[in-house]
Design a protein around this ligand. Structure first.
Ligand SMILES: [Zn+2]
Length: 284
Protein backbone atom coordinates (compact mmCIF):
# COMPACT_ATOMS: atom_id res chain seq x y z
CA UNK A 1 0.00 0.00 0.00
CA UNK A 2 1.14 3.52 -0.78
CA UNK A 3 1.67 5.60 2.37
CA UNK A 4 3.64 8.65 3.54
CA UNK A 5 6.60 8.82 5.96
CA UNK A 6 4.47 9.30 9.09
CA UNK A 7 2.79 5.97 8.61
CA UNK A 8 6.07 4.04 8.63
CA UNK A 9 8.29 6.24 10.82
CA UNK A 10 5.96 6.95 13.77
CA UNK A 11 5.73 3.24 14.66
CA UNK A 12 9.48 2.86 14.01
CA UNK A 13 10.27 5.69 16.41
CA UNK A 14 7.91 4.34 19.07
CA UNK A 15 9.29 0.79 18.83
CA UNK A 16 12.99 1.58 18.24
CA UNK A 17 13.61 0.12 14.81
CA UNK A 18 14.49 1.90 11.55
CA UNK A 19 12.99 1.84 8.07
CA UNK A 20 15.37 1.94 5.12
CA UNK A 21 15.14 4.29 2.16
CA UNK A 22 16.49 2.41 -0.83
CA UNK A 23 17.02 4.68 -3.81
CA UNK A 24 16.23 3.10 -7.16
CA UNK A 25 17.08 4.35 -10.63
CA UNK A 26 15.41 1.66 -12.72
CA UNK A 27 12.81 -1.07 -12.80
CA UNK A 28 15.19 -3.86 -11.73
CA UNK A 29 16.22 -1.99 -8.60
CA UNK A 30 12.58 -1.29 -7.76
CA UNK A 31 11.68 -4.96 -8.24
CA UNK A 32 14.56 -6.11 -6.02
CA UNK A 33 13.74 -3.68 -3.21
CA UNK A 34 10.01 -4.42 -3.22
CA UNK A 35 10.58 -8.18 -3.39
CA UNK A 36 12.75 -7.79 -0.28
CA UNK A 37 10.02 -5.84 1.54
CA UNK A 38 7.44 -8.53 0.70
CA UNK A 39 9.77 -11.36 1.73
CA UNK A 40 10.69 -9.70 5.05
CA UNK A 41 7.17 -8.33 5.70
CA UNK A 42 8.86 -4.96 6.16
CA UNK A 43 7.67 -1.40 5.57
CA UNK A 44 9.95 0.26 3.04
CA UNK A 45 10.79 3.66 1.58
CA UNK A 46 11.67 3.62 -2.11
CA UNK A 47 12.48 6.48 -4.42
CA UNK A 48 15.17 8.45 -6.12
CA UNK A 49 17.28 11.57 -5.53
CA UNK A 50 17.61 14.68 -7.68
CA UNK A 51 21.28 13.83 -8.30
CA UNK A 52 20.23 10.41 -9.67
CA UNK A 53 17.71 11.73 -12.21
CA UNK A 54 20.14 11.44 -15.17
CA UNK A 55 19.88 7.64 -14.63
CA UNK A 56 16.07 7.53 -14.36
CA UNK A 57 13.80 10.54 -14.94
CA UNK A 58 11.28 11.44 -12.24
CA UNK A 59 8.14 11.11 -14.33
CA UNK A 60 9.04 7.70 -15.76
CA UNK A 61 10.06 6.37 -12.33
CA UNK A 62 6.77 7.59 -10.87
CA UNK A 63 4.91 5.74 -13.64
CA UNK A 64 5.99 2.39 -12.23
CA UNK A 65 6.98 3.10 -8.61
CA UNK A 66 3.54 4.35 -7.60
CA UNK A 67 1.51 1.45 -9.05
CA UNK A 68 4.06 -0.99 -7.60
CA UNK A 69 3.75 0.66 -4.17
CA UNK A 70 -0.06 0.54 -4.32
CA UNK A 71 0.00 -3.13 -5.23
CA UNK A 72 2.44 -4.12 -2.47
CA UNK A 73 1.05 -5.92 0.58
CA UNK A 74 3.38 -3.95 2.90
CA UNK A 75 3.49 -0.16 3.49
CA UNK A 76 5.59 1.59 0.80
CA UNK A 77 6.57 5.27 0.81
CA UNK A 78 7.55 6.74 -2.58
CA UNK A 79 10.11 9.35 -1.58
CA UNK A 80 12.04 12.04 -3.47
CA UNK A 81 15.43 12.22 -1.76
CA UNK A 82 17.65 15.32 -1.69
CA UNK A 83 15.36 17.58 -3.68
CA UNK A 84 17.64 20.52 -4.41
CA UNK A 85 15.21 22.86 -6.14
CA UNK A 86 11.67 23.87 -5.25
CA UNK A 87 10.60 23.12 -8.85
CA UNK A 88 11.78 19.47 -8.76
CA UNK A 89 10.11 18.93 -5.38
CA UNK A 90 6.86 20.29 -6.81
CA UNK A 91 7.17 17.98 -9.83
CA UNK A 92 7.61 15.00 -7.52
CA UNK A 93 4.47 15.95 -5.59
CA UNK A 94 2.49 16.30 -8.83
CA UNK A 95 3.69 12.90 -10.06
CA UNK A 96 2.35 11.38 -6.84
CA UNK A 97 5.43 10.98 -4.62
CA UNK A 98 4.16 10.74 -1.03
CA UNK A 99 7.27 12.17 0.59
CA UNK A 100 9.93 14.77 -0.21
CA UNK A 101 13.32 15.42 1.32
CA UNK A 102 14.03 19.08 0.58
CA UNK A 103 17.74 19.64 1.13
CA UNK A 104 18.42 23.28 1.99
CA UNK A 105 21.24 22.31 4.35
CA UNK A 106 23.82 24.40 2.50
CA UNK A 107 21.67 27.54 2.78
CA UNK A 108 21.85 29.79 5.82
CA UNK A 109 19.78 28.64 8.81
CA UNK A 110 17.05 31.22 8.24
CA UNK A 111 16.89 30.49 4.50
CA UNK A 112 16.69 26.73 5.19
CA UNK A 113 13.72 27.40 7.48
CA UNK A 114 11.95 29.74 5.06
CA UNK A 115 12.22 27.37 2.08
CA UNK A 116 11.39 24.15 3.90
CA UNK A 117 8.46 25.69 5.80
CA UNK A 118 6.90 26.77 2.49
CA UNK A 119 7.28 23.29 0.97
CA UNK A 120 5.86 21.65 4.11
CA UNK A 121 2.69 23.74 3.82
CA UNK A 122 2.24 22.70 0.17
CA UNK A 123 3.20 19.04 0.63
CA UNK A 124 0.79 18.61 3.52
CA UNK A 125 -2.04 19.74 1.20
CA UNK A 126 -1.05 16.80 -1.04
CA UNK A 127 -1.10 14.45 1.97
CA UNK A 128 2.67 14.12 1.55
CA UNK A 129 5.38 14.39 4.19
CA UNK A 130 8.62 16.41 4.19
CA UNK A 131 12.06 15.62 5.56
CA UNK A 132 14.45 18.50 6.21
CA UNK A 133 18.19 18.47 6.86
CA UNK A 134 19.93 20.49 9.51
CA UNK A 135 23.69 20.53 9.73
CA UNK A 136 25.30 19.12 6.63
CA UNK A 137 26.08 15.50 5.75
CA UNK A 138 29.27 15.77 3.71
CA UNK A 139 30.41 13.78 0.72
CA UNK A 140 33.28 11.35 0.41
CA UNK A 141 35.67 12.10 -2.40
CA UNK A 142 34.45 10.37 -5.53
CA UNK A 143 30.86 9.98 -4.31
CA UNK A 144 27.99 10.80 -6.64
CA UNK A 145 27.65 14.14 -4.94
CA UNK A 146 31.14 15.27 -5.84
CA UNK A 147 32.78 17.29 -3.07
CA UNK A 148 35.43 15.88 -0.82
CA UNK A 149 34.81 15.68 2.90
CA UNK A 150 36.39 18.51 4.85
CA UNK A 151 39.16 17.96 7.35
CA UNK A 152 36.90 18.72 10.29
CA UNK A 153 33.33 17.71 9.39
CA UNK A 154 32.19 18.19 13.01
CA UNK A 155 31.73 21.92 12.40
CA UNK A 156 28.71 20.87 10.31
CA UNK A 157 27.18 18.57 12.93
CA UNK A 158 23.58 19.23 13.95
CA UNK A 159 23.10 21.28 17.11
CA UNK A 160 20.35 19.73 19.31
CA UNK A 161 18.82 23.04 20.48
CA UNK A 162 18.81 24.36 16.94
CA UNK A 163 17.08 21.15 15.76
CA UNK A 164 14.25 21.78 18.23
CA UNK A 165 13.85 25.36 17.00
CA UNK A 166 14.01 24.27 13.34
CA UNK A 167 11.25 21.69 13.76
CA UNK A 168 8.98 24.09 15.67
CA UNK A 169 9.34 26.68 12.91
CA UNK A 170 9.17 24.44 9.80
CA UNK A 171 6.78 21.68 10.95
CA UNK A 172 8.78 19.06 8.99
CA UNK A 173 7.83 15.40 9.51
CA UNK A 174 11.36 13.95 9.74
CA UNK A 175 14.82 15.41 10.19
CA UNK A 176 18.13 14.35 8.64
CA UNK A 177 20.93 15.07 11.07
CA UNK A 178 24.68 15.38 10.57
CA UNK A 179 26.42 13.14 13.12
CA UNK A 180 29.56 11.86 11.39
CA UNK A 181 28.44 9.98 8.28
CA UNK A 182 29.19 11.01 4.70
CA UNK A 183 27.62 10.16 1.34
CA UNK A 184 29.13 7.56 -0.98
CA UNK A 185 31.70 4.87 -0.29
CA UNK A 186 33.92 5.62 2.69
CA UNK A 187 37.61 6.42 2.23
CA UNK A 188 38.26 6.15 5.93
CA UNK A 189 36.31 4.62 8.79
CA UNK A 190 33.42 6.89 9.82
CA UNK A 191 33.02 7.82 13.47
CA UNK A 192 29.47 8.44 14.61
CA UNK A 193 28.62 10.89 17.38
CA UNK A 194 26.07 8.70 19.21
CA UNK A 195 25.72 11.09 22.14
CA UNK A 196 24.58 13.76 19.73
CA UNK A 197 21.92 11.45 18.24
CA UNK A 198 20.53 10.75 21.72
CA UNK A 199 20.67 14.42 22.71
CA UNK A 200 18.64 15.40 19.62
CA UNK A 201 16.17 12.54 20.15
CA UNK A 202 15.57 13.67 23.72
CA UNK A 203 14.75 17.23 22.63
CA UNK A 204 12.53 16.67 19.57
CA UNK A 205 9.52 14.51 18.77
CA UNK A 206 9.98 13.78 15.06
CA UNK A 207 11.79 10.76 13.59
CA UNK A 208 15.51 11.27 12.89
CA UNK A 209 17.22 10.24 9.67
CA UNK A 210 20.74 8.96 9.06
CA UNK A 211 22.16 9.72 5.60
CA UNK A 212 25.38 8.32 4.21
CA UNK A 213 24.72 4.92 5.79
CA UNK A 214 26.36 2.67 3.18
CA UNK A 215 29.56 1.19 4.56
CA UNK A 216 28.83 1.66 8.28
CA UNK A 217 29.39 -1.43 10.44
CA UNK A 218 26.43 -3.47 11.67
CA UNK A 219 27.29 -2.37 15.21
CA UNK A 220 27.18 1.30 14.17
CA UNK A 221 23.71 0.86 12.71
CA UNK A 222 22.37 -0.94 15.78
CA UNK A 223 23.83 1.66 18.10
CA UNK A 224 22.45 4.56 16.03
CA UNK A 225 18.98 2.99 16.01
CA UNK A 226 19.11 2.38 19.75
CA UNK A 227 20.05 6.04 20.26
CA UNK A 228 17.16 7.36 18.16
CA UNK A 229 17.55 6.94 14.38
CA UNK A 230 14.30 5.85 12.65
CA UNK A 231 15.14 6.12 8.93
CA UNK A 232 18.37 5.12 7.20
CA UNK A 233 19.26 5.97 3.60
CA UNK A 234 20.96 3.29 1.54
CA UNK A 235 22.09 3.52 -2.07
CA UNK A 236 25.77 2.62 -2.56
CA UNK A 237 25.33 -0.89 -1.10
CA UNK A 238 22.59 -1.95 -3.51
CA UNK A 239 24.18 -0.09 -6.41
CA UNK A 240 27.43 -2.04 -5.90
CA UNK A 241 25.58 -5.34 -5.31
CA UNK A 242 23.91 -4.97 -8.73
CA UNK A 243 27.27 -4.34 -10.43
CA UNK A 244 28.87 -7.34 -8.71
CA UNK A 245 25.93 -9.47 -9.84
CA UNK A 246 26.45 -8.41 -13.46
CA UNK A 247 30.13 -9.35 -13.17
CA UNK A 248 29.19 -12.75 -11.75
CA UNK A 249 26.68 -13.34 -14.54
CA UNK A 250 29.36 -12.60 -17.15
CA UNK A 251 31.80 -14.91 -15.35
CA UNK A 252 29.09 -17.60 -15.42
CA UNK A 253 29.05 -17.31 -19.20
CA UNK A 254 25.83 -15.29 -19.45
CA UNK A 255 26.06 -12.81 -22.27
CA UNK A 256 22.68 -11.20 -22.74
CA UNK A 257 20.81 -8.54 -20.79
CA UNK A 258 17.89 -10.87 -20.08
CA UNK A 259 20.34 -13.36 -18.56
CA UNK A 260 21.93 -10.67 -16.37
CA UNK A 261 18.70 -9.04 -15.09
CA UNK A 262 17.67 -11.92 -12.77
CA UNK A 263 21.16 -11.93 -11.20
CA UNK A 264 20.81 -8.23 -10.49
CA UNK A 265 17.30 -8.39 -9.05
CA UNK A 266 18.31 -11.27 -6.78
CA UNK A 267 21.44 -9.42 -5.59
CA UNK A 268 19.51 -6.22 -4.89
CA UNK A 269 16.82 -8.19 -3.06
CA UNK A 270 19.29 -10.00 -0.82
CA UNK A 271 21.31 -6.84 -0.02
CA UNK A 272 18.04 -5.06 0.86
CA UNK A 273 16.76 -7.95 2.98
CA UNK A 274 20.02 -7.98 4.96
CA UNK A 275 19.55 -4.29 5.78
CA UNK A 276 15.90 -4.80 6.76
CA UNK A 277 16.87 -7.52 9.24
CA UNK A 278 19.70 -5.37 10.58
CA UNK A 279 17.37 -2.37 11.01
CA UNK A 280 14.81 -4.71 12.66
CA UNK A 281 12.02 -3.52 10.32
CA UNK A 282 11.13 -7.10 9.32
CA UNK A 283 7.79 -8.53 10.42
CA UNK A 284 6.44 -5.08 11.32
ZN1 LIG B 1 21.69 12.01 1.77
Amino acid sequence: MLVNLNEVLQPARANKYAVGLFNTVNFEMARGVLAAAEAQRSPVIIGTAEILLPFGPLEELAEFLIPMAKKASVPVVVHFDHGLSFEKCMEALKFGFTSIMYDCSTDTYEENIRKVKELVQIAHCFGATVEGELGHVGDNEGSAEGNSILNDPSIFYTDPAQAKDYLARTNTDALAIAVGTAHGAYKMKPKLDFKRIAAIRDLVDVPLVLHGGSGLSDEDFKHAIKDGISKINIFTDINVAAAQAAKKALNDGKNSMTDIIPYQITAIQSATEAKMRLFDSNNK
